[in-house]
Design a protein around this ligand. Structure first.
Ligand code: ATP
Length: 434
């Protein structure tokens, strides 16, 4: 009998996220669809928490950034102006022998196919935008695209937002939304998919101040990962060389994380200059310049962009939190992004303990996602919550019946303290506010 290969960390994480209801393969009963994933009950909570954390730091905690939610389908001219129709392409090569498909810029083509060494075809440029038709007629005049980035919805609304919110340059516009790219080689679970969600912020500045602002956002964004609970030593910057720069960028830095499959980009910080506004001005025929009252001049602002993916950050947080200990697997997620904040258990299903546990659960529900569980031994219930990343477990036991205190067990240290049952809400609020 052949030996089963040892599962990798990624294999184990994929299986945990399915088992616990974080992430499922899309359309699984039909055999799945390549690179599409569905977020289950815990996944959707965690995703929401990550988005909230980003939105708070970008929109709520400052007064120079406004939010927006633009539509996915846009006027097709947008994508001509942005350069995506012409330039949003990757070089595609096929192996003539094993038929595997590669991105020529990600492999050493002189060595042949990375899978079998076979001969590769000449690279063909492949546009990554998904195309569809608006209305019942399927012809060239009715082509629309699924947006490959959310940024363009911000540029075309620059003046709408500015006027409505009475902002002055420098200011930014933030957006969270779906984006689609017909990637040649999706993979590494939810790292690279064809449908994903982006969190992008475009900061409009006076030309000449762009390098300063670029520096500012580079530092600000790196510091944000601490709030997400990511280990510092697993993060680094990667500066784009001339050959890597996107068609719109003057300078670009990636924030990279060290995944089990190597250092990879999780966020891009770009100096997009006035490329996008200038092109939209040209293609739309509208004056998109900003009148700077203080300077008494009109100019097209430069844009510093910060762009990251929710799904990719979800993978980052899961990988970073995944810990195997001798007798348990635990997701050491930062409590702020953990899907369930507290689980409440009655030690046994009698003596009035379930009633008290239900009361406690109900008292927490309005503020937090909580979970009531009375099945199996307390040890097993703890293990289940450890795997789900739940930071606190609250147990009602016989002492509760005597003095009204409960046990609060902390996930990472497994330390237990006793607390009055009436103090649990306050305790959680304090812990989760950090
Ligand atoms: P690559 O060169 O790796 O294809 P890119 O440099 O084109 O990526 P950006 O356009 O800078 O990527 O995208 C900004 C962010 O959006 C990325 O840092 C990532 O978090 C997210 N992102 C981009 N493409 C995908 C994808 N296919 N799946 C999931 N997230 C993605």
């Amino acid at each position: 009998m052949g030996k089963k290969p040892t599962p990798t960390v990624m294999d184990k994480l994929v299986s945990l996220t399915k088992r616990r209801g974080f992430i499922f393969q899309s359309s699984e009963i039909y055999g799945g669809i390549n690179s599409c994933y569905d977020y289950g009950p815990l996944g959707v909570e965690m995703k929401k928490n990550i988005k909230e954390l980003w939105w708070k730091s970008m929109v709520y905690e400052r007064d120079d950034i406004e939010g927006i939610d633009a539509s996915i389908l846009m006027h097709p001219r947008v994508w001509e102006a942005s350069g995506h129709v012409e330039g949003f392409t990757d070089p595609l090569v096929d192996c003539k022998k094993c038929k595997m498909r590669w991105r020529a810029d990600q492999i050493d083509v002189s060595k042949g196919c990375p899978n079998c060494g076979g001969e590769l075809t000449e690279p063909r440029m492949f546009n990554l935008m998904f195309k569809t038709f608006m209305g019942p007629v399927e012809d060239q005049a009715h082509v629309v695209y699924l947006r490959p980035e959310t940024a363009q919805g911000i540029y075309v609304n620059f003046h709408n937002v500015r006027e409505a919110s009475r902002q002055k340059v420098p200011f930014g516009i933030a957006q969270i939304g779906k984006a689609f790219r017909n990637e040649i080689t999706p993979g590494n679970f939810i790292f690279r998919t064809r449908e994903f969600e982006q969190m992008e912020m475009q900061f409009f500045v006076k030309p000449g101040t762009d390098e300063e602002w670029f520096q500012y956002w580079k530092e600000k964004r790196m510091a944000w990962y601490e709030r997400l609970g990511i280990r510092k030593e697993k993060l680094r910057f990667h500066q784009h060389g001339e050959d890597e720069l996107a068609h719109y960028a003057k300078a670009a830095f990636d924030i990279e994380y060290e995944f089990p499959f190597g250092w990879s980009e999780i966020e891009g910080i770009h100096n997009r200059t006035d490329f996008d506004l200038k092109r939209h001005q040209e293609y739309s025929g509208k004056d998109l310049r900003y009148f700077d009252q203080e300077a008494g001049e009109k100019y097209l602002p430069y844009v510093i962009e910060t762009s990251t993916g929710v799904d990719r950050l979800m993978l980052t947080a899961l990988v970073d939190a995944y810990t195997e200990e001798p007798d348990r697997v635990v997701l050491r997620l930062k409590p702020q992004i953990a899907p369930i904040k507290a689980a409440v258990f009655p030690l046994v299903k009698r003596d009035g303990m379930p009633e008290i546990a239900h009361q406690i659960t109900d008292s927490l529900r309005k503020d937090f996602k909580v979970f009531y569980d009375e099945s199996g031994s307390v040890g097993r219930r703890y293990r289940r919550q450890d795997e789900a990343g739940t930071p606190y477990c609250i147990t009602v036991d016989s002492q509760t019946l005597e003095d009204g205190t409960v046990t609060v067990r902390e996930r990472d240290s497994m330390e237990q303290i006793r607390l009055s049952k009436d103090k649990v809400l306050e305790f959680l609020k304090e812990k989760l506010d950090k």
